[in-house]
Ligand binder design. Structure first.
Ligand code: SF4
Ligand code: SF4
Length: 192
């Protein structure tokens, strides 16, 4: 290698380092697109766009007990139980957030917006059973829809925050509904 090439290589290296560092330093003066997670979770929620499909919540006061969400869910994540008799009561409304694939089909099937996605995305736990969320503590009367009415208290995120907060303390054994498999196949339960 000639001495001229040697000097050219040194010059190229210095220029290359300078260009790289110029890009790096320029970002020190710009507003970051990221947030310090998990120290600034609230800021993270602000950055999430509308339409994000986070953990599901259920406003039981708007639930008619129609079971449309349970029937629509393709993987048997929702379990709703409604008592029979002259007075109907919703006695159970559970969602297994660990199994949910966040497709949103259940929210589209719901006639009253009672079940909806929130922006909640952080719900890791030390025991997977704690991801079965129970939305009913005691029997509630189903909501009677009024024609053309829209829920005036819709505020996604209101209920799930309380449930997520309490999930470490409250959970019971959960038995998910059997998944129907086409072509006469066995359900998950029958296989076990
Ligand atoms: S989001 Fe999809 S997978 Fe999750 S409960 Fe609803 S329908 Fe089922
Ligand atoms: S959440 Fe909606 S779809 Fe599911 S049972 Fe209640 S009213 Fe019906």
């Amino acid at each position: 290698m000639s001495f001229t090439n040697y000097l050219a290589n040194i010059r190229n290296s210095v220029v290359s380092i300078f260009e790289g560092m110029a890009v790096t330093f320029s970002w020190m003066l710009r507003r970051p697109h990221t947030v310090q997670y998990p120290d600034k979770v609230d800021k993270g929620h602000e950055l999430i766009k509308e339409g994000f499909r986070g953990i599901l919540e259920v406003d039981v006061s708007l639930c008619t007990g129609c079971l449309a969400c349970q029937r629509t869910c393709p993987i048997g994540v929702i379990l709703v139980e409604v008592s029979k008799g002259t007075e109907r009561y919703i006695t159970r409304f559970d969602i297994d957030a660990a199994k949910c694939m966040y497709c949103g089909l259940c929210t589209e099937a719901c006639p009253t917006n009672a079940i909806r996605h929130t922006k909640e995305f952080a719900y890791s736990v030390d025991d997977i059973r704690k991801l079965v969320l129970h939305y009913i503590k005691e029997p509630v009367k189903p909501y009677k829809p009024v024609k053309d009415a829209t829920p005036d208290n819709f505020n996604a995120g209101r209920f799930v925050s309380e449930i997520v907060k309490n999930r470490e303390k409250e959970y019971v054994e959960y038995e998910a509904p059997s998944v129907k498999i086409p072509d006469g196949g066995q359900t998950e339960k029958e296989k076990n």
